[in-house]
Design a protein around this ligand. Structure first.
Ligand SMILES: CC(C)(COP(=O)(O)OP(=O)(O)OC[C@H]1O[C@@H](n2cnc3c(N)ncnc32)[C@H](O)[C@@H]1OP(=O)(O)O)[C@@H](O)C(=O)NCCC(=O)NCCS
Length: 191
């Protein structure tokens, strides 16, 4: 199935929020407990509107609906949404030294495993490369690890975020060079 990719706009936020909650709830099963998943939805999973303002957050529309979202960032914040900002969002990265961030990928459950995540990642890689970045870094959810692993990222650190309700949520920090070996396509997938 094909979908049209475009930059997200602020008026997408209500629809994106619904998509993110449904994606997180259903696609986290087997990776996070229900309590972890609900805490993550409350405190971590959500839109970071600074990416929308930067023009680096994207949506895919298919069948007339938003089916996927995700983006990259030239700012230091590694993860999180507007509801609980983590780090200093205004701080710009130096493309000569720092890794561009890959941020907040969510696919609607009924559209999972149809390649939309891969399309979004390839789009982000191309844009970050055009902005001069040479590497990528992200904080992956546990359901995200097999996805990012298949697209060329290496796990470098297991991290826990202690949320305000006492839940300690596990994540994995992952990195990847922008350029991938010749046997991989722009998304990083091995051909
Ligand atoms: C992670 C996520 C964005 C992947 O999106 P997707 O559109 O389903 O991924 P794709 O179809 O492009 O998958 C690309 C490849 O990643 C790997 N992959 C994706 N999901 C996988 C899973 N659940 N288990 C194992 N491998 C997986 C596969 O190799 C897949 O290729 P294949 O389908 O040809 O085997 C989606 O599962 C999601 O929204 N999860 C919940 C939210 C979340 O945790 N997001 C990560 C935020 S950091």
């Amino acid at each position: 199935m094909t979908g049209a990719i475009r930059a997200a706009v602020l008026t997408d936020i209500p629809t994106l929020t619904t998509l993110i909650v449904r994606s997180a709830r259903q696609l986290s099963r087997g990776y996070y407990t229900e309590q972890e998943s609900e805490s993550a939805i409350t405190y971590v999973f959500g839109v970071d509107s600074s990416l929308i303002a930067d023009g680096t957050y994207y949506v895919i529309e298919a069948d007339g609906v938003l089916v996927a979202c995700g983006g990259w960032s030239r700012r230091r914040t590694l993860y999180g949404g507007d509801q609980r900002p983590i780090g200093a969002p205004a701080e710009l990265l130096d493309s000569a030294i720092d890794a561009a961030r890959i941020r907040a990928f969510f696919v609607a459950p009924q559209y999972a495993r149809r390649g939309f995540g891969r399309i979004l990642l390839a789009h982000c890689v191309t844009a970050a490369a055009q902005a001069g970045f040479r590497s990528l870094e992200l904080m992956s959810t546990l359901p995200g690890v097999p996805f990012y692993g298949a697209l060329g990222f290496d796990s470098i650190e297991s991290v826990r975020d202690l949320l305000p309700d006492g839940v300690s949520l596990p994540f994995v920090r992952m990195t990847r060079p922008i350029s991938v070996p010749a046997n991989r396509d722009a998304s990083g997938t091995t051909r």
